[in-house]
Design a protein around this ligand. Structure first.
Ligand code: C5P
Length: 227
């Protein structure tokens, strides 16, 4: 599945983009758009028939995250996430909050952000070892809490599937078609390669949203990923 990152500053720009497509899409709404427009934007995107990954990366004490998820459950999105660094108790609370309001959304966890490198992790966060070891442990914690999967780099998918099993979902940004600009992504993977690696969902933003013909760019990426 290809998820388009709707990294737009407001509703007008978002709908101007969505209007180019006349097929149901899977889209990601992140903090920028959600904080600008509020929960109503989710209802409006859903009304167009699109599926939604709500990427708000909740991270707080368990009780607060549970209540936040309970409220977000009413939006009836398809994927939603928390930070695994909040711990197993927080992740369990998030799941309880979602389910008590009957959300069937996949709950996934961010392990280490791809903007975090070994040096920062060791020296600033005081987490020793390699990033991949931390990512595997956080993925295992997410699994232990009953979550459905993780957001991760495509380069971490194999290791995560090894420890958490192949049904544990991986949602991966950092995807670039071979002919596309790299932007600020450091370690990138093509859609074809992502498929080979075993990524379940790829998140693609600028290669589609900034393309001259976004519909064609989306179709090409989808074709590359599915075949
Ligand atoms: O435009 P681009 O394809 O780089 O967009 C990728 C999307 O995935 C953005 O919304 C970005 O915030 C998000 N993301 C990421 N790397 C992570 C987590 C999320 O690029 N580790």
């Amino acid at each position: 599945m290809v998820i388009i990152a709707l990294d737009f500053e407001n509703k007008e720009k978002t709908f101007e983009f969505l209007k180019k497509f006349n097929e149901p899409l899977y889209v990601k709404v992140g903090m920028e758009l959600f904080y600008a427009e509020g929960p109503l934007i989710i209802k409006e995107i859903k009304a167009l028939g699109h599926k939604i990954f709500l990427d708000l990366k909740a991270h707080d004490i368990p009780n607060t995250v549970k209540k936040a998820m309970s409220n977000l459950a009413k939006l009836d999105v398809d994927i939603i996430n928390v930070h695994a660094s909040g711990g197993i108790k927080m992740m369990k609370a998030a799941l309880e909050g979602l389910r008590e309001n009957n959300s069937k959304a996949y709950l996934i966890a961010v392990t280490q952000l791809t903007s975090t490198d070994k040096e920062m992790m060791n020296d600033e966060l005081l987490i020793q070892g390699d990033v991949i070891e931390c990512v595997k442990k956080y993925a295992l914690n997410a699994k232990a809490a009953g979550l459905n999967g993780v957001v991760c780099s495509p380069l971490e998918v194999e290791a995560i599937k090894m420890v958490c099993g192949k049904d544990f979902i991986t949602v991966t940004p950092g995807i670039r078609p071979l002919d596309s600009s790299v932007d600020d992504q450091k370690r990138i993977t093509s859609p074809k390669e992502a498929k080979k690696i075993g990524c379940d969902y790829i998140v693609v933003g600028r290669p589609i949203t900034k393309a001259e013909d976004p519909v064609q760019a989306y179709r090409k990426i989808r074709e590359d990923f599915l075949n």
